[in-house]
Ligand binder design. Structure first.
Ligand SMILES: NC(=O)c1ccc[n+]([C@@H]2O[C@H](COP(=O)([O-])OP(=O)(O)OC[C@H]3O[C@@H](n4cnc5c(N)ncnc54)[C@H](OP(=O)(O)O)[C@@H]3O)[C@@H](O)[C@H]2O)c1
Length: 262
């Protein structure tokens, strides 16, 4: 649609692909974690970072799917430095295990892309008994970021290269509950609305990014923290721009149809 093709001051638009916006950038020597890179936008993010020479760690809950993606990236980019590690963001124990392994691996960390997400699921509780969308989309990433922050700060100090944390939010953040985040009713099944709960988790991604950016600036740490919320999230694929938007929304639609059919 024309509106997504309108270019901003950067010269790029929401229709620009990841390959286009990273053209000419050499990411050699940098290391990135991309959560949820077993499908959708995460795959394209991992692929293009690898294409630009970044060492990519795919943090995924489905190891088989992750390994298949890794193989397909290596097939296309034989020089890619890429590996797969297990991470289930809906489980705090899994997040802690991942962070412990990563922090003791000796790998630096320049970029953390908090991409994984679930959308509009029926009411469910995580392994820690927290509403699933809030647990996965926000709390898991919040804990992960906190646990990896020291490693990131060390990398920035040693490399003197700015670090970056990106939270993938959504325009859906506008459709949170009327009160915004229902801190005292996170697990209230009776008032649960799957789309509002998604919006609530995506609003949390934004508030998390803003507060972290503020506190890192105050601390004088050279790490920028930002969120993405526009449709540019879904238009990153060079190969198939519409595909990634479709997969997440298909999942949401499936649940809505089943819910309203009763
Ligand atoms: N596509 C859109 O229209 C759109 C628009 C705005 C914002 N976004 C945001 O963009 C991000 C990526 O969306 P997408 O369209 O690429 O979705 P997707 O194709 O459904 O991919 C989501 C990824 O998150 C992973 N994931 C889900 N639950 C997880 C968990 N508990 N632990 C670890 N990984 C988990 C999935 O793993 P499995 O493969 O194991 O399921 C999958 O790899 C999301 O944060 C979404 O909110 C998307």
């Amino acid at each position: 649609m024309w509106i997504f093709g309108r270019k901003g001051p950067s010269g790029f638009s929401a229709c620009s692909t990841a390959e286009e916006v990273t053209q000419g950038i050499d990411g050699t020597g940098r290391t990135a974690i991309v959560t949820g890179s077993s499908s959708g936008i995460g795959v394209e993010t991992a692929r293009v970072l690898a294409l630009r020479g970044v060492h990519v760690v795919m943090a995924v809950r489905n190891m088989d799917a992750g390994k298949n993606v890794k193989e397909s990236i290596i097939k296309e980019i034989p020089t890619a430095k890429i590996e797969v590690m297990e991470l289930d963001l809906s489980s705090m124990a899994s997040v802690r295990k991942f962070a412990k392994e990563y922090n003791s691996s000796g790998l630096p960390l320049n970029l953390l892309i908090n991409n994984a997400g679930v959308m509009a699921t029926p009411f469910m509780l995580s392994q820690d008994n927290i509403e699933l969308q809030f647990a996965t989309n926000h709390l898991g990433h919040f804990l992960l970021t906190n646990l990896l922050l020291e490693t990131m700060k060390n990398t920035v100090r040693e490399s003197k290269i700015e670090g970056r944390i990106v939270n993938l939010s959504s325009e859906g953040h506008r459709f949170a509950y009327r009160e915004g985040i229902r801190f005292d009713k996170i697990n209230d099944e009776s008032g649960y609305k799957s789309i509002f709960a998604y919006g609530q988790s995506k609003l949390s991604n934004i508030l998390h990014a803003n507060e972290l950016a503020r506190s890192l600036k105050e601390e004088g740490v050279n790490i920028t923290c930002q969120f993405t919320s526009s449709r540019s999230n879904c238009y990153q694929s060079s190969a198939s721009p519409q595909l990634y938007q479709w997969e997440l929304q298909q999942h949401a639609m499936w649940h809505c149809i089943h819910k309203y059919r009763g």
